[in-house]
Design a protein around this ligand. Structure first.
Ligand code: ADE
Ligand code: ZN
Length: 336
């Protein structure tokens, strides 16, 4: 669109992307060959990168996507695999005009395959340093816990010595909650979040992506999260929406993801206008760019095509994204 250069030039912050969600079918097949990983032979989607990509265009739900997402990441083995994956993402982000990115990863999805936490984090953190040095993109790593697994297993991973070490040394600075939502409500994770808060970590959780607004209320009240990932169902509860607006809690909205996973029918049904009108802060994010067919800027362009926002509205969205970031005030000052 005509707005694309303007949207690219805005000092954008991304707050909701899963590094494992940057794994394209092409890279997945290359890594599987290199690492001798056998992809499922009973699913014809895995016949070629092209057929896999075609399958991604037909996701029917969050769970349908997650099935492919967890298989995809099984090709990641060495610390260099993780580094290359994150570096590929940061290059895309930089060329989209993203200046600061707070990125998720899923430790439990690797630990369960016998990949050590240190392998994952050392690779990702090398890419973060390189992004800072070579691209001027600042970043932060956020460890997400998988809500479809028992809460006590999440807590014991959190307490692992090698995991705690990377919180203590500042390599990983936050905790999130992701994976299948509806059957796994936030209240299951009160102990995990109270420990994470004691450790001084930043707190966020996916809530109100597929599940109702009550999950957002519980994440705020019981988990004491500082941010809500997705949160599009907030508009179903006007009173809660007014409270979120008043408290200035930011939602990390992912428009293309919501359409591809059928949480909404079209981008027009992402509640961008309602959030703006009620003064709810939100940022615009890619979630799993290799799976949903677009990086950060594609999501901005899609929102502009659907809503035709004004320059002033875009500037206020981007400013809210900078202010809602978890980087220090010095970095925020450079971005503002
Ligand atoms: N893991 C990766 N992307 C996710 C999403 N959009 N919702 C829940 N879990 C996820
Ligand atoms: Zn997500």
């Amino acid at each position: 669109s005509d707005f694309q250069p303007f949207l690219r030039a805005l000092p954008k912050c991304e707050h909701h992307m899963h590094l494992e969600g940057a794994l394209s079918p092409e890279v997945l097949f290359k890594l599987a060959a290199k690492n001798n990983i056998t992809l499922p032979q009973d699913d014809s989607a895995f016949a070629s990168p092209e057929s896999l990509l075609a399958r991604y265009r037909r996701f029917t739900s969050l769970d349908d996507f997650l099935h492919y997402y967890y298989i995809g990441m099984s090709a990641l083995i060495t610390s260099t695999d993780f580094e290359d994956l994150a570096w590929d993402y940061f290059q895309h982000a930089s060329s989209d005009g993203v200046c600061h990115s707070e990125v998720f990863f899923d430790p439990q999805a690797h630990l369960s395959r016998g990949i050590s936490y240190e392998t994952v984090v050392s690779g990702f953190s090398r890419a973060c340093k390189r992004a800072e040095n070579e691209l001027g993109v600042s970043s932060m790593l956020i460890s997400c816990f998988l809500r479809h697994l028992p809460a006590k297993d999440c807590l014991s991973v959190f307490e692992q010595e090698d995991v705690q070490k990377r919180y203590a040394d500042g390599t990983v600075q936050g905790v999130g909650l992701d994976s299948s939502e509806l059957a796994f409500p936030p209240e299951n994770f009160v102990d995990l979040y109270s420990r994470a808060k004691e450790c001084g970590l930043k707190l966020t959780a996916h809530a109100g992506e597929e599940a109702p607004a009550s999950y957002i209320a519980t994440a705020l009240k019981e988990l004491k999260v500082q941010r809500i990932d997705h949160g599009i169902k907030l508009v179903e509860d006007v009173e809660l929406m007014e409270r979120v607006a008043k408290e200035g809690t930011m939602l990390t909205v992912c428009p293309l993801s919501n359409v591809v996973l059928r949480c909404v029918d079209t981008i027009r049904d992402v509640p961008v206008r309602k959030l703006l009108d009620k003064g709810v802060k939100f940022s615009i994010n890619s979630d799993d760019p290799a799976y949903f067919g677009g990086y950060c800027l594609d999501n901005y362009v899609a929102v502009q095509e659907a809503f035709g926002l004004s320059v002033a509205e875009w500037e206020s969205i981007v400013r809210a994204g900078i202010e809602g970031s978890w980087c220090g005030d010095e970095r925020k000052g450079e971005l503002l």
